[in-house]
Write a protein that binds this ligand. Structure first.
Ligand code: SF4
Length: 413
């Protein structure tokens, strides 16, 4: 660019670039317009970007300082529009994107998290989804079906098989749904098995659900679909219902439930190994079984090309810094009345507790952070420059205790 020497020259930081500096020695530059990514260990470029980002500079410094920061990576940053040279009599104004941390729960002051919690207003509004498991399938044998489906239920909202058929009572269900009235939820997910109705009838259940203004998404195995839908249809109460129908290698039919159905149905297939993937099309849900690392490595693990091609925007990058979008706002309720932050293995409360309230569930999760704010910088990924561009920690990583399901060795970058 030809510059008019009468004007002052400035170095300006592009407001389209997301910057993440780890330990002052490793930096990710992610251009959200076009997705160009640069990992740099160059001290000069890192210091220049840090200087541009200091509040006093607001993304603009005098051009003359460039001499001090000349390097190959600085040249690259200039050529690729990460930093630009501008000339102007007055200092240019650059609006760098900065995360608004006013209500951030992590922004501790002298009074700690309690005072932050007071600031965030209505706690129940943070609950945006609930997976209520009405009962477990009772199955005492140790068959492969029971074993694999029980594992699947720890990772997906499909019915579970257990020794005992614990079942949420109607009163417990009422307590939960009464609490959900004040949340952001429009649709409640109900996980339904053929043993769900041993303690009450379809009519009583539908009667209770119809008292609320929610839509309901029912999760069940395909072999239970006809029985359950026929029974529901016999009751003269209309509910806003849709279905998620699960199938796997044990399913006794390969019928399509998505077409020509009275209800809106989504059909999903659970894959325990590569053979399950190869023999199916449609929505496939992988299940981590401890014995199928090869399948996960091939189909689930993140590749560098996934990150390079994903073109995430600032909202996503900032969101990944603060919350885990796979879990945030979601709760699980099990047949014994226990409540969990979605994906967590540790109960946050129980419907039978005296004075049970979902407000306490939200407060407890904000304090303990089991899954809602499980961002990659809280895990062994914390030193990886892709920690916020990478997909959030998944249920598979939590259940397998293997955080970092990727083929990227960030130490070699
Ligand atoms: S190390 Fe972690 S953050 Fe980095 S690419 Fe792998 S999974 Fe993603």
């Amino acid at each position: 660019m030809m510059l008019d020497s009468q004007h002052t020259k400035w170095l300006t930081m592009s407001p389209n670039v997301f910057v993440d500096i780890i330990d002052d020695s490793l930096m990710l530059l992610y251009n959200t317009h076009g997705g160009i990514i640069k990992i740099s260990r160059d001290e000069k470029l890192i210091n220049l970007i840090k200087m541009l980002y200091t509040p006093i500079n607001l993304g603009v410094v005098k051009y003359e300082i460039l001499d001090k920061y000349n390097s190959l990576d600085t040249d690259w940053a200039l050529k690729n529009g990460i930093i630009s040279i501008e000339e102007s009599d007055v200092k240019p104004i650059i609006c760098l994107p900065i995360l608004n941390l006013q209500k951030d729960i992590n922004k501790f002051d002298d009074n700690g998290i309690e005072s932050r919690l007071q600031l965030i207003g209505s706690k129940l509004k943070y609950i945006s989804g609930a997976f209520i498991r009405l009962s477990n399938m009772r199955n005492k044998d140790n068959s492969l079906l029971r074993r694999l489906r029980s594992i699947a239920a720890t990772q997906h909202p499909c019915p579970s098989y257990e020794d005992s058929a614990a079942s949420l009572t109607l009163d417990q269900l009422r307590v939960i749904i009464d609490n959900l009235k004040f949340t952001s939820i429009a649709t409640i997910d109900i996980i339904f098995s053929s043993t769900s109705l041993e303690h009450y009838s379809y009519k009583e259940l539908i009667g209770l659900l119809s008292k609320y203004n929610f839509a309901y998404r029912v999760h069940l195995y395909s072999e239970d679909y006809e029985t359950i839908v026929t029974s529901i249809n016999k009751i003269d109460i209309k509910l806003n219902l849709s279905f998620i129908v699960y199938q796997d290698r044990f399913s006794i039919n390969d019928k399509s439930y998505t077409l020509n159905n009275a209800y809106h149905c989504n059909q999903k297939y659970l894959a325990y190994d590569e053979q399950d993937i190869n023999s199916n099309i449609g929505v496939i849900l992988p299940v981590w079984t401890d014995n199928n690392q090869e399948m996960f490595s091939k189909y689930v693990y993140t590749e560098l090309s996934d990150i390079m091609e994903s073109k995430v925007n600032f909202n996503t990058l900032f969101r990944n810094k603060k919350i885990n979008s796979n879990f945030f706002g979601l709760i699980d309720v099990t047949p014994d009345g226990s409540v969990y932050a979605h994906g967590s293995k540790q109960s946050v409360g129980n419907v039978n507790d005296k004075g049970f309230s979902l407000v306490n569930v939200v407060i407890d999760e904000f304090k303990e952070n089991r899954t809602w704010r499980l961002t990659r910088d809280c895990t062994k990924c914390k030193l990886c420059p892709y920690r916020f561009a990478c997909p959030p920690v998944s249920i598979f990583e939590i259940q397998s205790n293997q955080i970092k399901m990727c083929h990227i060795n960030y130490k070699e970058l």
